[in-house]
Design a binder for this molecule. Structure first.
Ligand SMILES: [Fe+2]
Length: 163
């Protein structure tokens, strides 16, 4: 998409995020099913609920900007999900697979944190304060999810090492 100004760039980025979050709502149930450690399973299920809410928040952002969310596929998220899917399909030792699931989930979180950070900055420069507030709420949850994964990895990685 040819972009002529910051507003068009923001809308494009938001459409990409909308696609990313929608893809995630479909992918996460399978990841939760394959996670063995109960804390990890719970964290993924919790983040699925948050992700459904992230889609709703993006809907609100599009409303504020008088735009529609459709029209883009996030190829980055598609690739991340495809790789995670392959890992689940390959299977293996439970703790090791859990450690791999965390690695994949953190890739996803970092991708989203970066995308929301840019979108928030663009929205701020454009004076779209409602959009900024909504994007920051989600950004905070993505960062918290990433921190939670760091915590879970501490024990899970050690369990994987023992396998
Ligand atoms: Fe999200």
């Amino acid at each position: 998409m040819k972009v002529e100004n910051l507003r068009e760039l923001l809308v494009g980025e938001l459409r990409d995020l909308y696609s990313a979050e929608t893809q995630l709502t479909k992918a996460l149930p399978k990841v939760a099913k394959h996670a063995s450690e109960s804390g990890l399973k719970q964290a993924i299920e919790h983040h699925l609920k948050e992700t459904e809410n992230h889609v709703k928040r993006l809907d609100q952002v599009f409303e504020r900007l008088h735009q529609i969310p459709k029209g883009k596929t996030c190829e980055g998220m598609k690739g991340l999900i495809a790789e995670a899917d392959e890992r689940l399909k390959d299977g293996g030792d439970h703790a090791t697979l859990d450690a791999g699931i965390i690695a994949d989930a953190q890739r996803v979180e970092h991708y989203e944190i970066s995308a929301y950070g840019s979108a928030r900055t663009f929205a701020n420069l454009l004076g779209e304060h409602d959009a900024v507030r909504l994007l920051e709420e989600t950004l905070k949850e993505e960062k918290a999810a990433d921190m939670k994964l760091n915590q879970l990895a501490e024990n899970i990685n050690i369990a994987a090492k023992a396998a």
